[in-house]
Design a protein around this ligand. Structure first.
Ligand SMILES: *Cc1c(COP(=O)(O)O)cnc(C)c1O
Length: 201
């Protein structure tokens, strides 16, 4: 992936079935920059296994997850102001920083917020105490298909989002397939799951 690009190791689903108890400590010892999981409960499990690096929750978190997220220093993908408010309140209560990423739905239509919603949400989140909008992300819909040209449209929308939201330091769009095929979409970090586990998408 080259210099200047971090590696977010995706270990959701029990490290793709490989066994999180073995995989996570090995990756931590190898010096990976960040971990990612789908759910808050998986992030808590990683902390219980001794992982100390940043952990990003990619999937849908709920306001009632905020306490556990702050207690275990989990970075949350935030889709709603209600979740942002809960994270802010938990941050103020604990004296910690609520780290938040905003996921822009650029065409996969699985999760995230639209460009307009994301711009509005980031503004609102930045007005809350105790929080930091650290990251902005998207996910390519067909990066692993022979024709991945839809990624061009998605990338254009994502660049639009980053231009309208300057000052969010960590941008990430690439799963294994995107990271391998499109060097221009690696940004600050790539979210590597399949390739990490030995599968060429
Ligand atoms: C699972 C997942 C990844 C990793 O994808 P791979 O194809 O396994 O590399 C990256 N980003 C998100 C949002 C995911 O849910």
């Amino acid at each position: 992936i080259g210099p200047g690009c971090g590696m977010i190791v995706v270990v959701k689903g029990n490290a793709y079935g490989a066994g999180i108890e073995g995989v996570a400590p090995a990756l931590e010892a190898a010096g990976v920059e960040r971990f990612a999981v789908a759910w808050v409960s998986e992030g808590v499990q990683l902390r219980e296994l001794g992982v100390r690096r940043p952990i990003l929750v990619l999937g849908h978190a709920f306001p009632e997850d905020a306490g556990a997220a702050l207690a275990h220093d989990l970075t949350i993908t935030c889709h709603s102001l209600a979740l942002g408010r809960a994270m802010s309140a938990a941050a103020v209560r604990t004296g910690k920083t609520a780290r938040i990423h905003i996921h822009i739905d650029s065409g996969l239509h699985r999760d995230g917020v639209s460009l307009e919603e994301g711009v509005a949400l980031a503004g609102e989140l930045r007005g809350l105490p105790g929080g930091e909008v650290e990251g902005i992300s998207t996910h390519m819909a067909n990066a692993d298909e022979p024709d991945d040209s839809f990624s061009d449209a998605q990338a254009a929308l994502f660049r639009d989002a980053t231009e309208r939201l300057p000052g969010i330091p960590y941008r990430h769009t690439a799963n294994s397939a995107t990271a391998l095929r499109r060097a221009g979409l690696r940004f600050e970090g790539v979210r590597i799951g399949l390739a990490l586990h030995g599968v060429l998408p």
